[in-house]
Design a protein around this ligand. Structure first.
Ligand code: ADP
Ligand code: ZN
Length: 395
């Protein structure tokens, strides 16, 4: 199978990328991730577009391998509100009603919301059952589906209750991206650019130079499920899109393999997130995660410059790259103000939001500082004083 690519994580080649991946996915599960019941959990938007093809793929795989398994599905409402204790309970009660036992495999078909929620259900159902990630958004592909962080939200904040629970497989079917709303694609690009910034200047250059081709691949190229299936029929844009997602997934897989529980290196993936999350706490859900992280990346790059670690030209390059994909780079951005209804983000609110960051060491804030594009000051987040952060936020 030279039309799929595998990436190793935590010692096993469990990340699989390709176009038109559903036949492979179903065959691989039925043969190699054995279960008596496969349970697909997805949201209403994704179900309307991609559930039937997945069910068909299971039918075909069962016929092909002469096996008979039970395939169930549950569709929940889209949106962050579903990442709740209530939805978790509802899924658990339904699984019990359906007499799902420990030889059940959960399939999280969706974006970050579905992945985090279903992962956490898998982590605690019958003390833990196998699950697989089938990310359907760019953000979930390059970020949230990799690394085993699962969680739900509470009224006190996002992702406060959860577990580390690794998926058996992560199937990235790039054909799913053809139905993704453009804004959601741009949202995911923030994490792709973030990863290049902390890890690899060549990857960053590829992103700078590939804007048109990458956008073209998503907006036009992957529409037909059968184009891009093989190396020969893939357009240049489709190759580049795969390349860029692959590069991000590889970095994340490596970092997670070295530091699964985030004691140091994995913390680098939080570049842009210390300030980004604090802004997101004010502007969500009108403004998306990646949009807030993009602004956080610029502010944290400014901080790196202010502290004497990085030149100004690098900040400009990061800003240009982010805006060329359609991401905001400051709180004054027109589209952002329009979406947020002009909600103000006062510096003291951002500062107090940053105080409750899980990653802080006591009261000392930890921020990822860049030394150049593709490299960081430390191989972990650095301690930064409140005074310096406030200065940057006031500018
Ligand atoms: P994220 O992955 O960014 O955390 P969500 O899980 O909230 O985000 O998904 C973002 C939105 O995109 C949701 O409304 C979801 O239903 C929708 N969505 C996810 N994947 C697709 C897809 N492939 N095509 C169309 N809509 C999708
Ligand atoms: Zn993120």
């Amino acid at each position: 199978q030279e039309n799929i690519v595998k990436v190793s994580i935590l010692g096993s080649e469990s990340i699989i990328l390709g176009y038109h991946l559903l036949p492979y996915l179903a065959s691989d599960l039925v043969q190699n991730v054995k279960a008596s019941t496969y349970v697909i959990i997805t949201d209403r938007n994704i179900a309307a577009l991609h559930l039937n093809p997945l069910l068909d793929a299971f039918q075909d795989a069962q016929r092909k391998f002469g096996q008979s398994v039970r395939v169930l599905f549950k569709v929940i409402p889209p949106g962050e509100l579903s990442k709740s204790r209530e939805t978790k309970c509802a899924i658990e009660d339904w699984l019990l009603e359906e007499v799902c036992t420990r030889d059940t495999c959960l399939i999280a078909l969706g974006g970050g919301v579905i992945g985090d929620l279903v992962g956490f259900v898998a982590a605690t159902f019958m003390r833990g059952i196998p699950f697989v990630q089938v990310p359907s958004t760019l953000l979930a592909m390059v970020d949230s589906s990799i690394g085993g962080k699962t969680a739900i939200d509470t009224p006190h904040g996002k992702n406060l209750i959860g577990a580390f629970w690794q998926p058996k497989r992560i199937y990235m079917n790039l054909s799913f991206l053809s139905t993704l709303p453009k804004r959601e694609f741009i949202n995911g690009m923030a994490e792709v650019i973030k990863t290049a910034c902390i890890w690899n200047e060549q990857d960053f250059e590829k992103l700078e130079q590939g804007v048109e081709k990458i956008q073209d691949a998503v907006l036009n190229g992957v529409k037909d499920d059968f184009t891009g299936t093989t190396m020969e029929t893939r357009t240049e844009g489709q190759c580049l899109l795969l390349d860029v997602i692959l590069a991000s997934a590889r970095v994340k897989a490596h970092v997670v393999t070295v530091d699964e529980r985030e004691t140091g290196l994995r913390g680098l993936l939080n570049y842009g997130h210390s300030i980004g999350h604090a802004i997101e706490a004010i502007l969500a859900p009108q403004v998306l995660h990646g949009e807030c992280v993009a602004i956080g990346m610029i502010q944290e790059a400014e901080l790196s410059h202010y502290l004497g670690y990085m030149d100004r030209a690098s900040i400009d390059r990061i800003a240009n790259c982010l805006s060329s994909y359609g991401l905001p780079i400051s709180l004054d951005d027109e589209r952002l103000l329009c979406r947020s209804g002009g909600t103000p983000c006062p510096v003291d609110t951002i500062m107090s939001n940053m105080r409750i960051d899980k990653k802080n060491a006591g009261s000392v804030k930890k921020i990822v500082l860049l030394s150049q594009i593709g490299d960081t000051v430390e191989k972990k987040a650095s301690a930064v004083g409140d005074q310096e952060i406030e200065t940057i936020l006031h500018e």
